[in-house]
Design a protein around this ligand. Structure first.
Ligand code: PEP
Ligand code: MN
Length: 338
């Protein structure tokens, strides 16, 4: 961090600025020019409140010279992080991780049936929401704890680990005990109390990018979990809000490259919520693999027309199979495997 003092600052104002920086945990280097005096922070400036610093009398401007996320930063952790989701199931290595399943758990026959077919096709993780963040309070809200129980039954029947979304901080202990991967949905990416609680577990956390969040905000949310002591964070690009309405969201594939460069954390892509259209899912998945993602999370439903949630973007098991065959080819072109 660099702090530029206003022309004509007083001795008192300078001391105050230095003290404030030191309170943030850094050593302060003073550079006195003929016109400008600059204070440089030596060490980790993450503890300094930039806005407070800027409001101090005598301070002209404050500039961060390094990213505010530290534990998520590749600079301090050059090697890719590989997260283990279940014994033998990892994300972040050469092999891509594919999670598939319905948007929501609807019944035992539905979730177990879909689990069996996606496993057969090569998915390594079963997805399915039990607590659903719906825009309308009148829409299907998910089966709740009963849905989690059905996910456990599907896991017992197939051996597939399960990923499912958490919405309530009070549910963290329950989820930690009953599910394999805890998903933080786009709408909760900045639910900081939830992130802090998840940081106290050691469960893998699938952290989806917020609807309108910048890459830095997303990585700062990851930082919350990492700073709490949980290193098992998986990022998931799921499309962002733009002016375009043809698609549900806009899949930001450049974010995959940006995040892989800035961070060591594995990055998955959700082509289903990104596009909102089943017919786009295959091509968006292939593009995501070509862009260098570490895995995909895809909505697959045995009967999309009658799905209780997100049927229009859910592909059938047959379409999933066709996708997986092509995925293997594209993965091979970029030095990965499915
Ligand atoms: C989901 O995965 O079903 C979901 C609601 O995702 P998102 O938070 O990305 O909208
Ligand atoms: Mn969905």
């Amino acid at each position: 961090m660099v702090v530029i003092m206003k022309p004509g600052f007083t001795r008192e104002e300078l001391d105050h600025a230095i003290l404030e920086m030191e309170k943030g945990g850094v050593k302060v280097m003073i550079s006195k020019g003929s016109e400008t005096t600059i204070l440089g922070a030596e060490g980790n400036a993450a503890g300094i409140d930039t806005e407070k610093m800027e409001s101090l009398p005598g301070v002209e401007r404050v500039m961060r010279v390094s990213e505010p996320y530290k534990k998520a930063n590749r600079k301090y952790h050059p090697d890719d992080t590989v997260v283990e989701l279940a014994p033998g199931v990892t994300v972040g290595g050469k092999k891509l991780l594919v999670a598939a399943g319905p948007c929501s758990v609807e019944s035992e026959a539905q979730i177990t049936g879909i689990a069996e077919v996606v496993k057969e096709t090569g998915a390594q993780v079963l997805r399915g929401g039990a607590f659903k963040p719906r825009t309308s309070p009148y829409a299907f809200q998910g089966m709740g704890y009963d849905g989690l129980e059905l996910l456990e039954k599907a896991r017992a029947a197939t051996g597939l680990p399960v990923v499912t979304e958490i919405m309530n901080t009070d549910d963290v202990d329950y989820f930690a005990e009953h599910v394999d991967v805890i998903q933080v949905g786009a709408r909760n990416m900045q639910n900081f109390d939830l992130l802090k609680r998840l940081g106290k577990t050691n469960k893998p956390i699938l952290l989806k990018r917020g609807l309108s969040s910048t890459i830095e905000e997303w990585l700062m949310s990851a930082e919350y979990i990492l700073a709490g002591g949980n290193p098992n964070v998986i990022l998931c690009e799921r499309g962002i809000r733009t002016f375009e309405t043809f698609t549900r969201n806009t899949l930001d594939l450049s974010a995959v490259l940006a995040v892989k460069r800035q961070s060591h954390l594995p990055v998955m892509v959700d082509p289903s919520h990104a596009s909102g259209q089943a017919w786009m899912v295959e091509r968006m998945s292939l593009a995501a693999i070509a862009a260098g993602c570490d895995g995909l999370i895809i909505e697959v439903h045995n009967d999309p027309i009658h799905a209780l949630c997100d049927g229009q973007q859910s592909i059938t098991p047959e379409q999933f199979q066709a996708l997986m065959e092509k995925a293997a080819t594209v993965a091979g072109c970029v030095g990965r495997e499915v």
